[in-house]
Design a protein around this ligand. Structure first.
Ligand code: FEO
Ligand code: CA
Ligand code: CA
Length: 626
């Protein structure tokens, strides 16, 4: 393939170009499931009525009536198609930090609106493509950790005609645009700003020295020429969603790590490469300039990525830890809660078409002030099976259940999940747990292959259960309630909180559930977080063309959901081109910090390059926003 033509592809499309998926093989099963979904759907939609989901004349009037009786403390806003941010009346916003902004005074002036960031200062500024983030209170300071997911080479590399790095310096520049930024922020009287030169400030990149723990640490699968012990991996990459531990550390989640590896020679053998989309030419050709990314020289280097990595935001000299016990896949985020008996539970999605949802449960227990040793290195990894009757169970991934060694289960978790019959999902993005009751929500963003193609492991993707629409272009949010209201249990029941859709264009299941209206419609739910009031904030990363199936949806957006009534209201619209991703709040909850990734135009400066940024949003009357 012509690698240069791949720069503009989505990650999933890039993977499929390198490793085409076979068409679904069990045609009869697909047809049977699709035909039976009509009766089935009415049961799984939490706020649907069946008749509404499948289009009767009632839908419009019901929807409008619901939209007019907003139970939220803001007036929902309309769609936007411009290159600006919009928030409800009574709210204000301003940028907190933009790509290229200095964290240290030595990097003042490092960003140019015409040329971007200099290589020399590229690890001393806020990174590109903001994603998951969490705020921590440390000795009275507010410290925020923010992921920088990937790069936009055509923007980040002004000299490269087609967005591909042409030398080692350009590879270094791109690598430093990714990773994590830890920085202190403070309300200066003019809103929140970065505290330049704070001792908390830190960049974590592809090059940061790390350690590994858990059963796969030190195994032959993660040993390299540079690290024959397999205990000292370097760097974290493609940091997508986030998590916060109960004990106040940051979890950064390595998602599309596979695309950074390529081979200049013979491809190593192993089923694990293709299942993870590893092989051929790397997305950015790093392998041509750095042997670490060259599979023919370092076949195990990709096994050292795709993990949950823990960072202590209170100590800028601390060494991040990759936790192998939590499995290796395209990690979206990590939502930590506690089981009734005190064990630690982490819910995690694997964002690729037809991949799985996982849960880790520690063996040890934790309480405030207790040591945390072993809590993320000694436990059991489970994968979710959703049954059509709205029950489900967590299947333990063990040597007995998979016929794989524990090290193999963790490094090749996808293959272990396939062996036990996990449910193939419509791209699991963020998982968020309700702080007021025992339930978890997962955004299943979309899946154009549903019912049409297998996943990368050859598992079929039948229409049904929590993935009820063929070629699902809108997405849905599934939620589950663990048995006995205890996140540590094996069994659960599930339903769909919302099925996104377009009631203006469709009158069938693609119109969405009846809590989707002409006044709040959206596609591709992605980021999610609960606030202290038990409201679910939903961020989108979808098609913002405002045409065809997506007519009337406008730009990507952030909505707020009432999980009791099902009502959903639009709160914010992003600049055209951007997705909304990452959400956390100031310590006093009076300011929401919201990530705006890959904006179009020249947002937010109005001239020069567009700059991915985190913005502050607050109420004019000084009340809390979450
Ligand atoms: Fe990085 Fe699945 O979003
Ligand atoms: Ca995402
Ligand atoms: Ca997404």
């Amino acid at each position: 393939m012509d690698i240069k033509k791949t720069i503009d592809l989505s990650w999933d499309d890039f993977d499929e170009l390198r490793d085409p998926r076979p068409a679904e093989t069990d045609f009869d099963q697909v047809v049977e499931t699709a035909l039976s979904r009509r009766g089935f759907l009415s049961g799984v939609l939490a706020f649907g009525s069946g008749a509404v989901a499948f289009g009767s004349g009632l839908m419009g009037s019901t929807s409008v009536a619901r939209a007019q009786s907003s139970g939220f403390d803001f007036e929902p806003i309309g769609i936007a198609t411009d290159f600006d941010i919009h928030v409800p009346a009574g709210y204000q916003w301003k940028p907190l930090v933009k790509w290229g902004q200095p964290l240290f005074s030595e990097a003042e002036g490092a960003f140019s609106p015409e040329t971007g960031v200099s290589v020399a200062m590229s690890d001393k500024v806020f990174g590109e493509n903001t994603d998951g983030m969490e705020l921590f209170e440390v000795d009275g300071a507010q410290v925020i950790a923010v992921n920088s997911e990937y790069v936009n080479p055509k923007i980040n590399l002004p000299e490269a005609s087609e967005g591909m790095p042409a030398n080692v310096d350009e590879v270094t520049l791109l690598k430093n645009m990714q990773g994590v930024t830890v920085m202190e922020i403070a309300d200066t009287g003019n809103g929140y700003e970065v505290v330049v030169d704070s001792p908390f400030n830190r960049r974590i990149t592809h090059e940061t020295q790390m350690t590994m723990d858990g059963p796969a640490a030190g195994s032959a699968l993660v040993q390299t020429n540079a690290d024959p012990e397999g205990m000292s991996p370097k760097g974290t990459m493609n940091n997508c969603g986030s998590g916060k531990t109960l004990w106040g550390t940051y979890l950064t989640c390595e998602e599309n790590f596979n695309g950074y590896f390529g081979t200049t020679g013979e491809m190593p053998e192993g089923e694990g490469y293709s299942r993870y989309g590893i092989g051929g030419e790397g997305r950015y050709a790093y392998e041509k300039y750095d042997a670490r990314y060259d599979l023919s020289q370092e076949p195990n280097e990709p096994h050292r990525h795709g993990w949950i990595t823990e960072i202590d935001p209170s100590d800028a000299s601390s060494t991040p830890v990759k936790h192998t016990a939590l499995g290796r896949f395209k990690h979206e985020n990590a939502e930590m809660v506690q089981a009734a008996d005190g064990r630690v539970v982490v819910y995690m999605g694997d964002d690729e078409r037809g991949e799985f949802i996982y849960k880790y449960v520690s063996n040890g227990t934790w309480a405030e002030g207790q040591p945390t040793d072993g809590l993320l290195s000694d436990g059991t990894l489970y994968v979710a099976k959703f049954n059509p009757d709205q029950t489900g169970e967590w299947l333990a991934l063990t040597p007995e259940s998979t016929s794989m060694s524990l090290e193999e289960i963790l490094v090749f978790s996808r293959m272990a999940g396939s062996k036990v019959g996990a449910t193939t999902m419509d791209r699991p993005e963020w998982i968020a747990c309700n702080p007021l009751k025992a339930e978890a929500y997962c955004a299943l963003t979309n899946n154009k292959n549903r019912g049409l193609k297998t996943n990368a492991g050859g598992d079929e993707t039948p229409v049904g259960g929590p993935n009820p629409r063929e070629a699902n272009n809108y997405g849905q949010i599934v939620r589950w309630t663990p048995e006995n209201g205890d996140h540590g249990t094996i069994d659960f029941t599930w339903d769909l909180y919302v099925m996104a859709g377009n009631p203006e264009v469709h009158a069938d299941a693609y119109a969405g559930s009846d809590n989707v209206t002409t006044g709040n419609m959206f596609n591709s739910p992605d980021g999610m977080a609960f606030d202290t009031k038990g409201r679910l904030w939903i961020q989108t990363d979808g098609d913002d063309s405002n045409e065809g199936d997506f007519a009337g949806m406008g730009n990507n957006q952030m909505l707020v959901g009432d999980t009791e009534t099902g009502e959903i209201a639009r709160f914010l619209t992003a600049p055209n081109g951007a997705e909304v991703t990452g959400l956390c709040w100031s310590a006093d909850r009076k300011v929401a910090f919201v990530g705006i990734q890959h904006p179009g135009g020249s947002w937010p400066d109005g001239e020069g390059k567009p700059r991915s940024s985190v913005i502050s949003v607050w109420r004019e009357d000084g009340e809390t926003v979450g």
